[in-house]
Write a protein that binds this ligand. Sequence first.
Ligand code: NAD
Length: 283
Amino acid sequence: MDIRRIAVIGGGVMGRGIAYTAALSGYHVTLQDVSQDALEKAEQYIAAELNASVGKGYIQSDQRNVALENLAYTDDLQNAVKEADFVIEAVLELMELKTEIFKQLGLFAPHHAILATNTSTMSPTEIAASTTRPEKCVAMHFFNPVHKMKLVEIVRGLDTSDQTVEITRRVAAAMGKESVEIHEFPGFVTSRMNCLIGNEAMNMLMEGVASVADIDKALKLGLNHPMGPLELADLVGLDTRLRNMEYLYKQLGEKYRPSPILVKYVKAGRLGKKTGRGFYEYT
Ligand code: NAD
């Protein structure tokens, strides 16, 4: 099956990055969000990233222009997916929201369209069960920032077909990504590991073991992590990380109980880079 048109549902941190990378890879992309503000911010982000890439010589100005022409923005889900060959959902990490979106995708996307979720932790089987085409549903887990990170985790739900996995792998490759294939389990490979490391770092901070900067420095220089776990959590968004932890705690038990400091920061609205303040301050 020839994939030409991609719809991305949810234009936040991940959706805008997926839309940007797909458009630069030659796909016609429609980015949908219920929030006009999110759509405007996504459009500004994508234009700024494309201009920065031209400025640094990573891409030519005509590649930027084609990418911009490949992009459309809408707040109407039906309109976004009606001609899509491939849909990537990147809304908040909430099961009720994802199943509601997938129910609508099942109704409005063409019959041949593959429906992928960018969930970090959740069951693609449960999400797919809200559609009448579970064989065409899959998890396609990108990483942040999408245009820089090389990996996509492709996660099979119970009914995901081999053809769906193969097409998803091809789309990931066309977007410049390596992929790994995973059989569904909460948190897949990366989130299961990464959430635990981040949570332990937060617990250490709470216990006064070391400062934010020293915990991050210790993991970067001592364990060769490219980013510290606290700066990474700020980049992900502490609200998103808390939802990930809550889901893993529910599914996998005590080991994944969200650190109280994470809960406290989210209550205070300190959500990380996106709000200007998390474990670090951003100007
Ligand atoms: P985000 O909060 O930045 O963005 C979510 C967007 O969804 C918002 O713009 C919101 O307006 C939109 N939205 C809410 N309800 C909607 C609806 N009914 N229809 C359309 N749009 C709707 O979140 P994010 O960080 O981009 O995360 C999105 C998904 O990607 C989550 O499942 C998350 O677990 C996963 N993920 C996040 C990261 C990360 O580093 N942030 C990495 C990999 C995967």
